[in-house]
Ligand binder design. Structure first.
Ligand code: SAH
Length: 224
């Protein structure tokens, strides 16, 4: 039995758990189910390829895991709900801030057209780049950089996903969204409950925002 087969049952169980947690959180998110495209992406991406050896047995557990450098790979349910809230279309261009191990980037790559993902820690960016290439994700570009600056060379984006929590929504990221573009971002301070916001860029350039779910993310670090 190869690795892939060994994880099949656990992966199926995880998908059912995500569906169940989606129902349980509908009063927050307003969404009792997630789109077929998102669930298909959750079914396609091999999470065990993104976790360190010592976390392998828990690769399909519905919880965050350590990936070294004091960083984490997000809980699969959170990855699913955040991806769903972006309402991605197949040719959308997406910016992700906080590549980490690249798992969320892979899910975005299965759901959208082109993914630009940036990570502050060079070692993590390099590992994610190699891993995503090995797994055949050709529509993802990984770059070392500070998410507070966004990615002006590739802007504007149809959607932006931020997977580390800033104390408030960085204005620059709103500027790098197209009109009608969506942004999903956790906002708040470390050790306090943060709020996951879904923002939409309006025709007049302002950003509407709606709190969707209390969450706990690592802080979005400033200035490098
Ligand atoms: N998206 C990841 C989870 C990332 S955890 C997943 O799929 O599991 C958050 C990541 O954001 C960490 O790797 C951290 O190093 C990175 N980060 C924190 N502040 C940042 C910043 N200002 N710019 C870019 N990346 C940042």
């Amino acid at each position: 039995m190869n690795k892939q087969e060994r994880f099949t049952d656990a992966h199926q169980r995880l998908l059912r758990e995500i569906e169940s947690e989606a129902r349980d959180t509908v009063s927050w998110t307003g969404r009792a189910t997630y789109s077929d495209r998102v669930m298909l992406a959750m079914a396609s991406v091999p999470r065990h390829e993104f976790v360190p050896e010592w976390e392998m047995p828990f690769a399909y557990a519905n919880r965050p895991l350590g990936i070294g450098h004091g960083q984490t790979i997000s809980q699969p349910y959170i990855v699913a709900v955040m991806t769903d809230l972006l309402d991605l279309k197949e040719d959308d261009r997406v910016l992700e801030v906080g590549t980490g191990c690249g798992y969320q980037a892979a899910v975005l790559a299965e759901t959208a057209g082109q993914v630009f993902t940036m990570e502050f820690v060079p070692e993590l960016a390099e590992l994610a780049r190699l891993r995503l290439r090995r797994l055949g994700y050709r529509n993802v570009t990984v770059r070392v950089g500070d998410g507070y600056r966004g990615w002006p060379e590739e802007a504007p984006f149809d959607a932006i996903m931020v997977t580390a929590a800033p104390p408030e929504i960085p204005v620059v990221l709103g500027e790098q969204l197209k009109a009608g573009g969506r942004m999903v971002i956790p906002v708040g301070l470390r050790n306090e409950t943060q709020m996951l916001y879904r923002c939409v860029k309006q025709a007049d350039g302002t950003l509407s925002k709606e709190g969707k779910l209390p969450v706990a993310f690592v802080p979005m670090v400033e200035g490098r």
